[in-house]
Ligand binder design. Structure first.
Ligand SMILES: NC(=O)c1ccc[n+]([C@@H]2O[C@H](COP(=O)([O-])OP(=O)(O)OC[C@H]3O[C@@H](n4cnc5c(N)ncnc54)[C@H](O)[C@@H]3O)[C@@H](O)[C@H]2O)c1
Length: 314
């Protein structure tokens, strides 16, 4: 009987993804290359479940059931016999993903969707060696996968629209917010928007208009405050498209329109300023703590998700 979700690759992303399917009441099998790695993945998935329980995002019944539904395997062959859905979250190397997809494609009946959590590769390329590329699709979870609701569902050149709808329905059952991306382009959807923000943010710092800290404050304390319930296109409808048009006419000619990576960023990288991991990036990290910043980020996401869930119930 096919009643399990198979998550292949139980690293940072796979463990969070597995936690979410198990919390939805689905039997979930985490797969990794050896016993030690898959056990570590299972522990991480348990920690994700524990955090969601302690934060009030899931009930103790849901958490207990999830712990019992999670199992592990080091064999894709053995585990695929039970799978009605597969999510691949292995290393971001196209040859490794192609080989795994070819193996899964040969093992699974054609109606079983095979999804990739790739952040930057094309599903069309990943599924190149498959006989049934129409059942392959990207499901790009955002980090941390057990907290951020967004999943970008990206169709490859050969993906069947019915598969996309089935996968999205399943993700909604996992309390995720899937969006459909109809073409397989670099940056999928959200990273295209994010890169446009990053391009302008770097240009503001590079041109001396404002400091990195002030750019981040302007975004975090301004537009980002309303983004969880009020996207930019809804914002345009709110203020009026005529006003939106006139602002575009004034501001766009002055914005950065580079079609290449930023020279300012390139110079920082060449000087060894790689961010928190080297001690300096846009900020000096000698007196700051990245783990603390991440903890603050996750605490905020948890509270935001709770409020959004509450608003949706109203
Ligand atoms: N880390 C992020 O912020 C992020 C966000 C979104 C998407 N992604 C994507 O998710 C995928 C996984 O990223 P991650 O950060 O979890 O990586 P990770 O290195 O933490 O985990 C990858 C896991 O896959 C295992 N693995 C490798 N080859 C395997 C195989 N053939 N069969 C089974 N297991 C195998 C590894 O042992 C490892 O445990 C990548 O494609 C990445 O681009 C990452």
């Amino acid at each position: 009987m096919r009643d399990a979700v198979l998550v292949v690759g139980s690293g940072m992303m796979g463990s969070g993804i597995g936690a979410m399917s198990a919390l939805a009441g689905v039997k979930t099998i985490l797969v990794d290359v050896d016993e030690q790695l898959v056990r570590a993945g299972l522990e991480r998935a348990f920690a994700c479940i524990q955090l969601r329980l302690e934060s009030g995002l899931n009930t103790s019944e849901e958490a207990e059931r999830a712990l019992a539904l999670l199992t592990v395997s080091t064999s894709v062959e053995d585990a695929s016999g039970e799978a009605y859905l597969v999510i691949e979250a292995i290393v971001e190397r196209v040859e490794a993903k192609q080989a795994l997809f070819q193996q899964l494609d040969a093992l699974l009946p054609p109606e079983v969707p095979i999804c990739s959590n790739t952040s930057g590769l094309r599903i069309t390329d990943i599924s190149r060696l498959c006989s049934h590329p129409e059942r392959t699709i990207t499901t790009h979870f955002w980090l941390p996968a057990h907290l951020v609701p967004l999943v970008e569902v990206v169709m490859g050149d050969k993906t069947d629209l019915d598969i996309a709808h089935r996968v999205m329905a399943e993700l909604r059952r996992w309390k995720k917010s899937p969006v459909l991306v109809k073409r397989d382009l670099p940056g999928q959807l959200a990273n295209r928007v994010f890169q446009a923000i990053i391009r302008e943010a770097i240009d503001i710092v590079a041109s001396g208009l404002a400091s990195a800290e002030d750019v981040d404050t302007a975004i975090s304390c301004g537009m980002a405050m309303r983004f969880p319930v009020w996207g930019p296109l809804q914002h345009l409808d709110g203020v009026g498209l005529d006003l939106g048009l006139s602002v575009q006419e004034t501001v766009l000619p002055d914005l950065c329109a580079d079609r290449h990576a930023s020279q300012y960023l390139r110079d920082l990288v060449e000087r060894g300023h790689l961010g928190a991991k080297s001690g300096v990036g846009f900020y000096d990290w000698s007196e700051r703590s990245m783990p603390k910043a991440m903890e603050k980020r996750d605490r905020f996401i948890i509270e935001a998700v709770k409020i959004i869930n509450e608003l949706e119930r109203e």
